[in-house]
Design a protein around this ligand. Structure first.
Ligand code: NDP
Length: 285
């Protein structure tokens, strides 16, 4: 049996304590942190994330605004709408739900967002900072959430072998950079990886971020592996599940995060912490 179940709620609780104090300090100086979400249409997963984010923001004293635009908005009108939010001095953090509908060009938005308000790492400036190991920018919230979870459970990355399954720009690749910065040796795996089992078995830490229900099974893990599951999937029975087959993996692991109840919920705490930092930077506090 795993020694430790890494629970998102525990990580959130300790992050909340810190954030409430930071927001109090900001308010004493006349600053109320504000995040503005920009949503195109009303996709179910966006609405679900928005609901969770609102709860998290309110719990620490951040105001959340939502700019909703129609799914058939033109690129020109979308850029215009986004510019208004970007230029609004009362807004400290902006998050755009992605992917955008195909007719909209995300790169134009990524190029224009103020990097100081770019709390979920769209801007090439923030992406470059993550890859340069410069911590003054904002890393993608989900990748940072894995780091927060490992840090909360006092897992030192120095000298550890890590296998990350998934190479997307929102999770796998930036997470590899954040872990290298903390002195881990990282193997980033993907669909063309030869012998994924061997890569995972040799790793001290396995991060599953592939979006494939239950693909990491216990026989793919070394004894005592630390397992962080980023996947959010709906299985054949219609239930929410991760990329890790918890039943077979849990007895092999020393630390493991469940789905639901693991990394997923920490993402919005990271988003809140980024908004607070953006408010501090923009208000020069
Ligand atoms: P993407 O689909 O963008 O990327 C998936 C990656 O996994 C790709 O690099 C792909 O390889 C790799 N992959 C897929 N199948 C396999 C396989 N069988 N073997 C090895 N590698 C594989 O997904 P995201 O990065 O956006 O998301 C990953 C998971 O994390 C999803 O379940 C998503 O729902 C979840 N997620 C959770 C968040 C949260 O907690 N709040 C936020 C964001 C994502 P290749 O590049 O070769 O195609």
């Amino acid at each position: 049996m795993a020694e430790v179940l890494m629970r998102g709620a525990e990580v959130n609780e300790s992050m909340k304590e810190r954030m409430v104090k930071q927001v109090e300090l900001l308010k004493e100086k006349g600053v109320k942190p504000v995040i503005n979400i920009v949503r195109v249409g009303s996709r179910g997963d966006d609405l679900a994330y928005e609901k969770g984010a609102r709860k998290r923001m309110e719990s620490v004293g951040i105001e959340m605004r939502v700019t909703e635009v129609s799914e058939d908005i033109s690129q020109e009108d979308f850029v215009e709408t986004f510019k208004k939010v970007n230029d609004d001095d009362s807004v400290h953090g902006i998050m755009l739900f992605r992917p955008l509908p195909e007719h909209l060009d995300e790169s134009e938005i990524a190029g224009m967002i103020n990097p100081a308000k770019d709390v979920d790492c769209m801007s090439p400036v923030n992406i470059a900072k993550v890859f340069m190991g410069d911590e003054s920018g904002f890393a993608p919230c989900t990748a940072q959430a894995v780091m927060e979870m490992l840090s909360h459970y006092e897992i030192d990355l120095t000298g550890k072998n890590v296998a990350i399954v998934g190479r997307s720009m929102v999770v796998g690749k930036p997470l590899a950079m954040l872990m290298i910065k903390k002195n881990a040796t990282v193997t980033v795996c993907h669909t063309k990886t030869d012998d994924l089992t061997e890569k995972c078995r040799n790793a001290d830490i396995v991060v599953a971020a592939a979006g494939k229900a239950g693909m990491i099974t216990g026989d793919m893990l070394g004894a005592g592996a630390i397992v962080a599951d980023v996947g959010i999937n709906i299985n054949e029975e219609g239930k929410l599940c991760g990329d890790v087959d918890f039943e077979s993996a849990e007895p092999k692991a020393s630390y493991i995060s469940p789905v639901p109840g693991g990394v997923g919920g920490v993402t919005s705490s990271v988003l809140a912490s980024h908004v607070i930092r953006a408010a501090e930077i923009l208000s020069e506090i």
